[in-house]
Design a protein around this ligand. Structure first.
Ligand code: ADP
Ligand code: MG
Length: 729
């Protein structure tokens, strides 16, 4: 017993130096960690493409080719150095390597890891190159291919060899792909006898899953592709099963918990606001408010995610929810990710609150000290009922008399820790009273939490990200929203587009023009934006046209000044980077122009498009693409033109990019990290696994029965531990 927990250092072929390297680069400390590092792909000797057959529309290709020539380039494509001269690495921007097989030649390009690749890609040596070919002018190349040394004759034809995640440091430290395979083999020999089955026998039977030791062996060293497939399926199932078990268990615990502020009433302010609404709520809004109301009444803490496409009317739902809190003697706060959004919410909410007696305040980074003092006092004595703000709300000196509800808008912009801070602001258990400075949150009743997001999250991802939350969806748009006509044009249609913009402006409409963040340096981005701005100003000169500009380098004051100029109709065109992406509401704007649209991700494009089509006028979204638009980018643009359904776009987005990249998830992150399963591709397995997890918890919510002890043991692993997640959003 105990091999699994043995330090990696003691495995033959490792030692202290390599152990440190493995720990630092891959987080591997024990043999168990090592054998749970799976190959991310497999080299199949039979899968080598001759260079002559490489085409830009092939997904990924593997070539076996010999290095012919290496060239280093500096800025502006100047050749820095040929083979013989001393090399000034600082000046090198790009490495080009020409490789050749029996059928032809091709170029490999590196912008990173230049020195390392230059040193190992010695002319005359042969490598396996793996990557996505792309057309560059009339030639084909692969940018940043994975480079492997071909395995020697020991491997039989057609055998699958695992390729492990690696880094430059690992390779320079001697842990090449080949060495990694040897280490895995040694570790497996020691560990496999200790491996215990984690899944109940009846699930193995029912799903025809292979036993764990077999799966581990074959994920590293597949006997054949069938064995690999069985091993992969088994490990994915296991991972998703425990993930769901862990999330659902938290949900069960929470729903049985007592701590939650009971809010049995609706109150007069709710009715006053409701009755004065200029429109009827949509069916979806009504349903969602009922769901929220039931949660808030229940005596348990509400933890609800409200999903609704841009423009579906979430603000209204938020306001009515706040008024329920007020109707029960509590306060409410609404947090927005940016100052502009907070201000806009504040302005809208004040309108809704007119028929009520509720006092509302705005607290952001630019609130003056003097105003702040007044607001702090108002929150502490309870005279302020609703506070709208940014992260400023989280500061320790913001103390509520009786915070009953926290609404978090566009939750993905908030860090997990920041949301946890809210908890400490709830009322003390056992009586309404002012909150103190104590930030532990102990002895406090957490406020109800409503998280609103306009990023439509595909079902499989929502099930995982929010497996422990309740989810409400507004799946119906307010009446009168007109579809946004979307088109994609090339640079050659720019003049026609300007004419169209002038026509719309002549009709009294306004236009957004958005530029992407292209370069890594903020300076370059700004340059790019300013060039675009100048071009627009040239095409739309004063005094007939006024053009405002907003970008991330401006002070808050400048941003607000320009934004409000546009919102108030004093500017015809707003040129900006993506700062306007979330939430900004200018109903009179009817045209959204997105420059270099091929550079944007799908969900970002969708968010941007959601900025128009909010008024009574027919609206347009014009996607302007550059000459260099890849096939994938074109697919995104085509999809945008084909549908306005945010959920469909989100599903496609995830399929095209994989969930890790899904916008909005990087920051909040998955509550746990997946080792092998993919939320984009394994939705079916996830659904199956969840069913079993649900069934087990239905029969034994606390997992206390003896037959479930092995499950509990497995859940204790760090990997499945969700750090306070249910308390966070
Ligand atoms: P979201 O925050 O979900 O993007 P908003 O709450 O900003 O959407 O609502 C978008 C627009 O629709 C606002 O101008 C709002 O006044 C309007 N609106 C909301 N609900 C309705 C409704 N039921 N009927 C008509 N218009 C509505
Ligand atoms: Mg909104």
């Amino acid at each position: 017993m105990g091999e699994l927990n043995t330090s990696i250092q003691y495995l033959s072929g490792v030692g202290p130096k390599r152990a440190e390297l493995l720990r630092r680069e891959l987080g591997i400390e024990t043999l168990s960690d090592l054998i749970h590092l799976y190959p991310f792909r497999y080299i199949d000797r039979s899968g080598i493409t001759p260079i002559a057959q490489v085409a830009p529309d092939l997904a990924h290709v593997q070539l076996q080719a010999t290095v012919i020539k290496r060239t280093l380039y500096g800025p502006n494509s100047a050749v820095v150095s040929q083979e013989t001269q001393p090399i000034h690495w600082g000046a090198v921007k790009r490495l080009s390597v020409i490789v050749e097989d029996a059928s032809g030649q091709m170029e490999m390009v590196f912008f990173k890891g230049i020195r390392w690749n230059f040193q190992r890609l010695v002319p005359g040596s042969t490598f396996l190159f793996f990557g996505k070919p792309q057309a560059f002018g009339s030639r084909l190349n692969i940018v940043h291919p994975e480079v492997d040394v071909p395995q020697d004759g020991a491997m039989s034809q057609g055998a699958l060899t695992g390729v492990y995640p690696s880094t430059e440091q690992l390779k320079t430290g001697g842990i090449t792909g080949k060495v990694m395979c040897k280490l895995q083999s040694a570790a497996l020999t020691l560990c496999l006898p200790e491996i215990q089955e984690t899944l109940p026998e009846y699930i193995l039977q029912a799903r025809a899953l292979v036993p764990l030791p077999y799966a581990l062996k074959n994920i590293h060293f597949p006997k054949d592709s069938y064995a690999l497939q069985k091993a992969t399926y088994r490990l994915k199932f296991e991972e998703l099963f425990f993930l769901q078990l862990s999330l659902l268990k938290q949900k069960y615990i929470r729903s049985r918990g007592e701590r939650g502020i009971p809010m049995p009433k609706v109150g007069p302010d709710f009715h006053a606001c409701y009755n004065a609404l200029p429109y009827a709520l949509t069916g979806a809004q009504q349903r969602v408010i009922k769901e929220i109301r039931a949660d808030m009444m229940s005596g348990h803490q509400m933890n609800r995610l409200l999903q609704g496409d841009v423009g579906s009317g979430k603000t209204m739902v938020a306001v009515l929810s706040c008024l329920i809190a007020i109707g029960n003697g509590c306060q409410a706060c609404i947090m927005a990710p940016t100052e502009v959004l907070a201000q806009q919410h504040y302005a809208n909410i004040q309108k809704y609150l007119k028929p009520t007696s509720v006092q509302c305040a705005l607290l952001t980074g630019s609130t003056t000290q003097k105003e702040r003092r007044g607001i702090h006092a108002g929150l502490e004595d309870g005279s302020i009922g609703i506070i709208v703000g940014t992260h400023a709300l989280l500061e320790d000196n913001v103390v509520f008399r009786n915070l009953g509800l926290a609404v978090i808008d566009e939750q993905h912009r908030f860090g997990v820790d920041q949301r946890a801070k809210l908890w400490a602001k709830g009322p003390l258990a056992g009586g309404h009273g002012p909150g103190g400075q104590d930030s532990s949150g102990q002895g406090r009743i957490p406020p109800h939490v409503l998280v609103m997001t306009a990023t439509p999250i595909p079902r499989t991802l929502a099930m995982t990200l929010y497996g422990d939350l309740d989810v409400s969806v507004i799946d119906e748009m307010p009446p009168g929203r007109k579809p946004v006509q979307t088109m994609c044009i090339g640079q050659n249609r720019r003049a026609a587009m300007y004419k169209f913009m002038r026509d719309e402006i002549a009709r009294g409409r306004q236009v957004f023009v958005v530029f992407p963040l292209i370069f890594e340096s903020e300076k370059m981005d700004l340059q790019n934006l300013e060039q675009g701005y100048e071009e627009i100003v040239k095409a739309f000169p004063l005094p007939d046209y006024k053009v405002a500009i907003v970008h991330g380098q401006q002070t808050n004051e400048e941003k607000n000044f320009n934004m409000s100029a546009f919102a108030a109709g004093r500017a015809h065109i707003l040129v900006s980077t993506t700062v306007i992406e979330v939430g900004v509401d200018v109903p009179n704007a009817s045209v959204m122009v997105i420059e270099s649209a091929q550079r944007f991700g799908l969900s970002q494009l969708h968010q941007l498009r959601g900025r128009v089509g909010r008024g009574a006028e027919k609206s347009y979204c014009i996607l302007v693409k550059d000459v260099k638009t890849s096939k994938e980018a074109q697919q995104r643009l085509d999809l945008m033109c084909a549908t306005e359904d945010g959920f469909e776009i989100a599903e496609q987005d995830m399929k095209m990019r994989g969930p890790g990249d899904l916008e909005g998830t990087q920051q909040s992150g998955l509550p746990i990290s997946l080792n092998i399963a993919s939320l984009a591709k394994d939705g079916q397995i996830l659904t199956e696994a969840r069913l079993y997890a649900e069934r087990i918890l239905d029969a034994d919510p606390g997992l206390e029965k003896p037959q479930n002890a092995p499950l509990v043991r497995e859940l204790r692993k760090d990997k499945y531990e969700i750090k306070d997640y249910s308390k966070i959003s």
